[in-house]
Design a protein around this ligand. Structure first.
Ligand SMILES: [Ca+2]
Length: 75
């Protein structure tokens, strides 16, 4: 059985996450720099929208998503 389009998209997102998470430090988490690179390289229009219309910057997005509150990585 082949993957559905949604499954294929999810696998691509997971693969992308791991590619960027492995760039520095913990291989399983995204640093702020890794998150910035992932967003700028893969969803530039989304990032542009954040800067123009939404009060959240990438830093704010990172802070909110920082579940363990270590200010240095996202899981
Ligand atoms: Ca990392």
């Amino acid at each position: 059985m082949t993957d559905t389009p949604v499954e294929e998209s999810l696998f691509q997102i997971i693969h992308c996450y791991h590619q960027y998470a492995a760039r520095e430090g913990d291989l399983e988490t995204l640093s702020l720099e890794e998150l910035k690179a992932l967003l700028m390289d893969n969803v530039p229009r989304f990032v542009e929208t954040l800067g123009r219309k939404e009060p959240y910057s990438i830093m704010e997005l990172f802070r909110v998503a920082d579940k363990n509150k270590d200010n240095c990585s996202l899981l």
